[in-house]
Design a protein around this ligand. Structure first.
Ligand SMILES: Nc1ncnc2c1ncn2[C@@H]1O[C@H](COP(=O)(O)OP(=O)(O)OP(=O)(O)O)[C@@H](O)[C@H]1O
Length: 589
């Protein structure tokens, strides 16, 4: 296992409080090129459990009066191979930990709780459009939605006061059994929006008995996400939402030992959260069957439908034994849906417009030459430190283009006494998880990352996202800056722009304008140059939100989309809704 600043801090008994801690740890710092060598001495045990974060998770049984209306009914009590639910031998770990005890004492009503950022109500202003026929109306409170007692209790435990817009619109649609494609801003609560209906549906559903006596497992719902860390996070969230509902959630992803994940699966699984590669592996080994899938959710759906994931998604959706569209519910969620996907689905549906990057993020773009980037970064970090933000453990996420670049920058930052760690594809999964944990805890308040950390990660207290290297795709920019300004909290995003990024000028300017940000005059000038007007990404440009391509008659309807899902069936899609009746084939499939 490699060691980095983060690892050293993680294993340090005292952590890095102040300069003394930093000085003490300096000798433990190992430059990136020396990592991944066999450790000279024993190091702390790796994180245990499927998600690698189990060490931090408190254990112990529930202190809640159990409210498990479904426990014991068919399909939940078995716990044996091939079945789901919590078995008699398993004790469900309380994912709320200590908070649960405190919450249990008070049992606050929805309106007395708080999990609202300072600008949570800003979401109320977002214009929401839905399309499709006979769409169930949105709700304004969780109490209006019949999610079931056990799930409602968990929503309270999560301290969610009221549903966010994406939840208000999509949950009733999903509960009505309809497929949907939902586009909503980063940090606006999409995870709960697809988890709640799935959990509730499984709790109440009349689901046929799953095959017994086989080592293959038969999950009822599948949630796919593009990165390991995001799958781990969705798993953690889903475990909270499904606590004491009888619904069992398991995660499986690459880079972690297969046998541990298999053991978890064999204990029973209702909802399987997975990255596509590992799932394909499990399907090929016949460890998992998708025959019983009733719900399929794709988080970061535009990324999942991207060329990079095409072979795996095709295998999972088309070539495995998953029920056909109409026999299962399909949900696509993301903050961005580029032109191609919109166009492909446009023949039978309309996607309404949704604000794209959130107004909660202050966006700044600065012209910085390549050679000046490090000193400019140093200025920003010093300013933060001086203004006391670092002292309060505010976190800074720095995006770079390459893995080598990430290591080099981390090395340089550490040499300059800025505790930093990295997350990128060349690090082992264990190192990635250590790094993320160290960052989240504030022990290493600077994380240098490639795009592997761009999507979905919900890290509280990230106050500043710095695009040290801008991406080439405006959608990627939207996701990257969305690591701050989440759940109603404000954030800051700074981008270093230079002549290498000219193709981004127009898209960036438009995006900033749309979000009422101050666009520097020089950026507008660059954007005006015909040769730099592109801002094209790998999808050929166009964000869901910035422009509704389905309403653009010139768009290439039904053109170059991903038609390997079976010909683009019909049904209404909405941004926060849309949808189609059960039995109608999904446009996505
Ligand atoms: N109804 C709610 N009330 C308060 N907080 C909420 C509510 N729903 C979700 N949250 C919180 O908002 C944060 C962001 O949610 P989530 O990670 O699901 O966002 P997202 O829309 O999936 O973002 P991204 O596009 O970056 O993936 C989480 O910390 C979550 O716990």
């Amino acid at each position: 296992m490699g060691t980095s600043w983060a690892d050293a801090v993680e294993n340090s008994p005292t952590g890095p409080p102040g300069n003394a801690g930093i000085a003490a740890l300096k000798s433990a710092y190992v430059p990136p090129h020396l990592r991944n060598r066999p450790p000279a001495s024993s190091v702390a045990a790796p994180p245990s459990g499927n998600d690698g974060f189990a060490n931090a998770r408190p254990t112990g049984g529930s202190q809640w009066p159990a409210s498990r209306p479904d426990y014991g009914r068919r399909g939940y009590g078995g716990g044996g191979r091939g079945s789901g639910g919590w078995g008699g031998r398993d004790r469900e770990v309380n994912p709320f930990g200590k908070d649960d005890a405190a919450a249990a004492d008070t049992e606050p009503a929805f309106n007395e709780q708080e999990n609202t950022g300072i600008n949570f109500d800003a979401y109320e202003d977002i214009a929401v459009e839905t399309s499709g026929q006979n769409i169930p109306p949105p709700v304004t409170t969780f109490a209006e939605i019949d999610l079931g007692d056990a799930l409602n209790l968990n929503i309270k435990r999560c301290k969610y006061v009221k549903p966010t817009p994406v939840q208000r619109y999509t949950i009733p649609i999903s509960l009505a059994g309809r497929d949907l494609m939902a586009c909503a801003q980063t940090g606006s609560g999409k995870t709960a929006a697809f988890c709640f209906p799935i959990i509730s549906g499984i709790m109440r559903g009349h689901i046929a008995n799953r095959p017994q006596g086989t080592r293959t497992v038969f999950p009822l719902a599948l949630i796919l996400s593009p990165t390991r860390e995001l799958s781990v996070q969705i798993h953690e969230e889903a475990r909270k939402f499904s606590y004491q509902t009888g619904v069992r959630v398991v995660v499986t992803y690459g880079g972690a030992p297969m046998h541990q994940q298999l053991r978890e699966l064999e204990r029973g699984v209702d909802i399987l959260v997975a990255t596509p590669g590992r799932l394909v592996d499990l399907l090929e080994r016949a460890k998992v069957s998708l025959k019983m899938i009733r719900y399929l959710a794709l988080d970061e759906a535009d990324r999942m439908l991207d060329m990079g994931f095409e072979p795996q998604i095709r295998k999972i959706v088309e070539e495995a034994d998953m029920p056909r569209p109409g026999e299962r519910q399909t949900m696509l969620f993301s903050a961005t849906f580029p032109k191609e996907i919109q166009s492909f689905h446009s023949n039978r549906s309309q996607v309404g417009r949704v604000g794209s990057s959130t107004g909660l993020i202050v966006q700044r773009v600065e012209f910085v030459r390549e050679a000046d980037k490090r000193s400019h970064l140093m200025d920003l970090l010093h300013a933060q430190r001086d203004s006391g933000i670092q002292g309060k453990q505010a976190l800074t996420l720095v995006f770079v283009e390459t893995k080598k670049g990430a290591d080099a920058l981390e090395h340089w930052l550490c040499l300059n006494e800025f505790p930093a760690t990295t997350i990128h594809g060349d690090r082992t999964q264990q190192e990635r998880e250590f790094a993320l944990r160290s960052f989240k805890s504030g022990r290493t308040p600077i994380l240098v990352a490639t795009d592997v950390a761009a999507r979905g990660l919900d890290i509280p207290h990230v106050s500043h996202v710095i695009n040290f290297d801008l991406p080439n795709d405006i959608d990627d920019y939207v996701h990257r800056i969305g690591r701050t300004g989440r759940a109603g909290k404000s954030g800051l995003a700074t981008a270093f722009f230079n002549e290498k990024n000219m193709s981004m000028a127009k898209g960036l300017g438009e995006l900033m304008k749309e979000a009422n940000q101050e666009v520097p005059e020089w950026l507008t000038r660059f954007a005006g140059r015909p040769s730099y007007g592109g801002a094209k990404g790998r999808h050929g440009g166009g964000r869901f939100g910035g422009r509704d391509f389905r309403r653009d008659s010139s768009s290439n309807r039904g053109g170059s989309g991903h038609d390997y899902y079976g010909g683009g069936g019909g049904g209404g899609y909405g941004n926060y809704g849309g949808g189609m009746g059960p039995g109608v084939s999904s446009a996505w499939d």
